[in-house]
Design a protein around this ligand. Structure first.
Ligand SMILES: [Ca+2]
Ligand SMILES: [Ca+2]
Length: 213
């Protein structure tokens, strides 16, 4: 009985390996966790906004092509996870991270800048990033954001509610309220988001859509 189980297991395993070998494996991001904080209140997920510091290197010769700490204005950068705002390798490799966590990502060219390369990055480059998550916020398309914006709980957003939300967000980030500017933004948002043009953004219209990565 045991033997037959073992035989069966071996056949399956070799069959599995054969099938695996027959097809080129999908390129993957190699993820190494360099540092993980003890306390972790939330983990990054698609649709979240992440604030990161990063150093980027070419795997081929170790050259650093960018560092958020020493290039430009030295500030960490915000981006939204999972909407292809950044290279695929970041979208795939920065999920389930805690604030304060550091990871090393090794990203094949197909998930980075591909055959063309970009700027200092030559064609077909594998990239290495050291990335630290400084902050995580609800993305503009999260369920939490919708609930926060929907002040009267009727599961749709009026122009007034969106405007109020923008005003609060701007204040939170230290910008003074500019009503005319917000009116324009609200009109713009509704033009894009209010698909059935009923003057409200429904939960369905708001719900974050993203292509499967
Ligand atoms: Ca509402
Ligand atoms: Ca609508």
């Amino acid at each position: 009985m045991f033997l037959s189980f073992l035989t069966w297991f071996c056949i399956c395993t070799s069959l599995f390996l054969y099938v695996q070998g027959a097809k080129l494996p999908e390129p993957e991001v190699k993820i190494e966790v360099l540092e993980k904080p003890f306390f972790c209140h939330r983990k990054s997920k698609y649709g979240d906004m992440l604030l990161v510091h990063y150093d980027g290197f070419l795997e081929s010769n170790g050259t650093m092509f960018h560092s958020s700490r020493s290039h430009g204005d030295n500030n960490p950068v915000w981006f939204t996870l999972g909407i292809r705002e950044v290279i695929k390798g970041w979208d795939k490799g920065l999920q389930d991270m805690c604030i304060g966590e550091r990871r090393k990502l090794t990203i094949p060219p197909t998930l980075a800048y591909g055959k063309e390369g970009k700027g200092k990055i030559p064609p077909d480059s594998t990239l290495i990033f050291n990335i630290e998550i400084m902050d995580i916020r609800n993305g503009p398309r999260s369920h939490e954001s919708f609930r926060e914006m929907d002040l009267d709980d009727d599961w749709k957003l009026s122009k007034q509610e969106v405007k109020e939300y923008l005003r609060k967000e701007f204040e939170k980030h230290g910008y003074s309220a500019n009503d005319t500017h917000h009116e324009v933004m609200v009109e713009d948002i509704f033009k894009k988001e209010d698909e059935d043009e009923d003057g409200f953004i429904s939960a369905r219209e708001f719900t974050y859509k993203h292509d499967e990565l």
